[in-house]
Design a protein around this ligand. Structure first.
Ligand code: CP
Length: 306
């Protein structure tokens, strides 16, 4: 079994079979992560470069751990310490790194389409670790894995993505992945942070958080991305908190076992109350753990694809 595509640039257009293959493979690697020695020789001899042009905690460390646990040789590139500072272009940077005989590149970049661009200028396998507000496919895959782990299925579940949908690569990748896997999808947030095209993708839109909580089995709460907003999309953080924050009070009004997810980093007590983030409904740290297994699966499947 191998993936249809050579690269993982996004989840748009990725088939149900491929998503299922990644999730099933991740289950095997999840078991490896429970062993005393969390390492397998699968990618021995392969060289992977992590090109991060934007800050990251979870994704960068998760990819590096996944690569090392597959026994790959790993090089970390940090834009701040590179010759980009002297004016070198992304294309020249990538081509020079590739000249040193590498196999795969994991890239995070602030520009939507940067991973696609890279796949056209070098021959290495490219994995998108987040390109601006476009896609973050491995985040959505680990979200799908975590939902499947909790419910044993994805099809038919009601999943609502809450918050800043317009600026979120996590939202877009989740919408593509959830749709392919047969979930019912909704979004909830201020109208100014919800793209109008979403109803054409079959996504339900809630303007009131209470209605979203009533409908959903799973709430995937997104960070309010103040750094990507060039104007104010809501009057104040206080207003946002009042109308859209997911809090214990709002959840307790509805007597059901809802699951709370968040891709991180969390603005505690802004989009999600701290007690809920750390409480019984939350699977946030499970998502982080599953992320390593899912990235091992993606690296393995792409790194050994014939
Ligand atoms: N979820 C996520 O992408 O987190 P980081 O920005 O810390 O990588």
């Amino acid at each position: 079994m191998s993936l249809e595509n050579r690269h993982l640039l996004g989840l748009e257009g990725v088939s149900k079979n491929d998503i299922q293959l990644i999730l099933d493979t991740a289950e095997t690697f999840r078991e490896v992560l429970e062993r005393p020695i969390k390492k397998v020789p699968t990618l021995q001899g392969k060289t992977i470069v992590n090109l991060f042009f934007e800050s990251s905690t979870r994704t960068r460390i998760s990819f590096e751990l996944a690569e090392r646990r597959l026994s790959a040789d790993v090089v970390n590139f940090s834009a701040d310490m590179s010759s980009l500072k002297k004016g070198e272009t992304l294309k020249d940077t990538a081509r020079n790194i590739e000249a040193m005989k590498i196999d795969m590149v994991v890239m995070r970049h602030g520009a939507p389409g940067a991973a696609l661009f890279l796949s056209k200028v070098i021959n290495s396998v490219i994995i998108n670790a987040g390109d601006g507000s476009h896609e973050h496919p491995t985040q959505a895959l680990l979200d799908l894995y975590s939902i499947r782990e909790k419910y044993n299925h994805i099809e038919g579940l009601n999943v609502c993505i809450v918050g800043d949908i317009s600026h979120s690569r996590v939202a877009l990748s989740n919408i593509h992945g959830l749709k392919t896997m047969g979930a019912n999808i909704a979004v909830c947030g201020p109208a100014t942070l919800i793209p109008r095209e979403l109803d054409r993708l079959g996504v339900k839109i809630f303007n009131r958080i209470d209605e979203a909580i009533e409908w959903a089995n799973v709430l995937n709460v997104l960070r309010i991305q103040l750094e990507r907003q060039d104007k104010s999309f809501f009057p104040s953080l206080g207003e946002y908190r009042k109308y859209f924050a997911v809090t214990k009070d709002k959840i307790q009004k509805i007597n059901k076992n809802i699951t709370i997810m968040h891709p991180g980093p969390i603005n505690r007590d802004v989009e999600l109350s701290a007690d809920l983030a750390d409480g019984e409904h939350s699977i946030i740290l499970q998502q982080v753990l599953n992320g390593v297994a899912v990235r091992m699966a993606v690296l393995y499947l792409l790194g050994t694809r014939s």
